[in-house]
Unconditional design. Structure first.
Length: 356
């Protein structure tokens, strides 16, 4: 496998599945050889993204049984991940499963146990880790630039959820809730940056603006469109998530500020800028990160999906461990579920209540 072309199957060829296909086309040493999706329009999107003849399946189980693939990418709706992973665990293939790992705690726990026995790598798709300003922010914090990290603040002010096939992403029962579906990325970043175990989440959120006039079989969407969530960590650090999903055209969609007793590091996207300030210096250091045009055109995540796939490919070739483990993915889901529960109950929720 060290020098052979790695053959990929893509399970789920909607928006994110096609982003994976376009980015894999830029990664040396890999080839998409099969796709699967239960929706005819999505299958056609997948064929177009591949740009040539490709084995096509309506049922992902047929792909896993018949296609000659070494690895698969799972980009199906959140609530299907558990069943898709069950089928994958009957094979030997490597898998990158999009976030969130699952939508329920007991499903995450089952996947944790099953992954231990699986011969292939199971990697959770957390491409935000691979955004260049975010990577550099992590390096600066871990390198001591801010001193002892005390506060971490992540703001995402963005557009509403996009339309998906069957409108599955309009309901908590399918997504796990906004703090799982969208924000597991940010809870994962908190864990990566802080390097302490999260112990409780206190969240306040509501469905105030988006999807109010929508009805699906007479049912109104119930997903949160704004929230604050505070996470307390074991050794005293605190992190804040500030989410607003009716803030189109914000100057920066995402801002991260890590502040310690010596200074602060801030990342801004899509400005692709990092700002480092120190308490003992007047002038900030400003670093910019240009994005290759081919990577920018391949998807909506500032080139990070490409770098994620390079790392996944390298792990497959070396027989190494995933950078983003099943436990990482499960912990991020648990934090999101704790946030959803906290917003609903109006009290802090300890991760220990969820087995974490």
């Amino acid at each position: 496998m060290a020098h052979e072309t790695i053959r990929y199957g893509i399970i789920g060829t909607g928006m994110m599945g096609c982003e994976h296909i376009r980015n894999l086309a830029l990664v040396p040493g890999v080839e998409v050889t099969a796709i699967a999706d239960s929706d005819a329009a999505s299958r056609n999107w997948g064929r177009v993204a591949v740009g040539r003849d490709v084995e096509t399946y309506e049922d992902y189980r047929e792909l896993l049984r018949q296609a000659r693939v070494d690895a698969v990418v799972v980009a199906t709706p959140n609530f299907t991940h558990h069943d898709v992973l069950r089928a994958i665990f009957e094979t030997r293939v490597h898998a990158l499963v999009e976030k969130p790992l699952c939508t329920e705690i007991d499903h995450c726990q089952w996947v944790l146990e099953a992954a231990e026995k699986h011969p292939g790598i199971i990697w959770v798709g957390m491409e935000y880790r691979y955004m260049r300003p975010v990577e550099r922010l992590v390096e600066e914090v871990h390198g001591g630039t801010v001193g002892r990290l005390v506060m971490l603040a992540i703001r995402e002010h963005r557009f509403p959820f996009l339309k998906k096939v069957g409108d599955w992403n309009r309901f908590n029962r399918n997504t796990g809730g906004t703090l799982v579906e969208k924000c597991c990325h940010f809870f994962d970043l908190m864990n990566v940056i802080v390097r302490q175990h999260p112990i409780r989440v206190y969240a306040s959120g509501a469905a105030d603006v988006n999807h109010r006039g929508e009805r699906y079989d007479g049912e109104q969407p119930d997903i949160l469109d704004n929230a604050f969530a505070v996470v307390d960590f074991a050794d005293g650090a605190r992190a804040l998530l500030d989410l607003c999903m009716f803030a189109e055209n914000s100057t920066n969609e995402m801002e991260i500020a890590a502040t310690g007793d010596r200074g602060k590091v801030e990342a801004f996207l899509p400005a692709h800028r990092l700002v480092v300030t120190r308490r003992d210096r007047n002038e900030p250091a400003i670093i910019t990160f240009p994005v290759d045009g081919n990577l920018a055109r391949a998807g909506a995540h500032h080139g990070s999906t490409f770098f994620e796939h390079v790392a996944f490919r390298d792990a497959i070739r070396s027989g190494g461990k995933p950078v983003v483990s099943v436990y990482d993915g499960a912990l991020a889901v648990a934090m999101g579920i704790a946030g959803e529960r906290s917003a609903r109950l109006g009290r802090p929720v300890d991760l220990s209540e969820l087995g974490f």
